[in-house]
Design a protein around this ligand. Sequence first.
Ligand code: SF4
Ligand code: SF4
Length: 180
Amino acid sequence: MMATQPCFSLHEFYGGTIRERLGIAQGLYPDLARELVAKEAFGCQLAQALISQKELTRVMADLDLGGLCGVCGAKPGGGCCSSFMAGENDVVQLLLNLLAGVAVRVFREDAECCFLGELGCPLLFKPMFCLNYNCQQIIRGAGPVRMRHLEQSVGRLLQQQYGLEQLLLEFLRQRGTLRG
Ligand code: SF4
Ligand code: SF4
């Protein structure tokens, strides 16, 4: 007898605990990775999004955000990657990270975001909330011109991520994996 494929609701994709969402994404990933290889439109969009992600990484490195956030996060009570922010991650965006080759896993069990590792955030496709957040220290340090550059780069990546999410949602609905 063939196993019945699981079908999820939008609430399961965007609600539930972060562990439940990660569990759904990890469960769907192996089959989807095989099936999506054959989907040219998805592959092209993923490649475009990864180019935008690399560009943003360069812009962030120019601003030394990794260094700044590393020092800030190491202070008691410092950093802003909280468990509350972790809740902004949904199944589709976690799946996109897995499909892009990120070994998404729960890294910690404290008040910080469960994905925050020793080297910072491992996600290539982060929630909009995370991408758009800049504290005053960063805003002051960067100055208006470099902040505009950063915002434009974030905007481009968010646009690409949105396109990818729409393609994946459509594929999952057609496949019978998502209802609603
Ligand atoms: S964005 Fe600001 S508050 Fe958050 S970790 Fe970086 S320096 Fe700290
Ligand atoms: S940037 Fe990454 S580690 Fe930080 S809160 Fe967002 S998902 Fe978590």
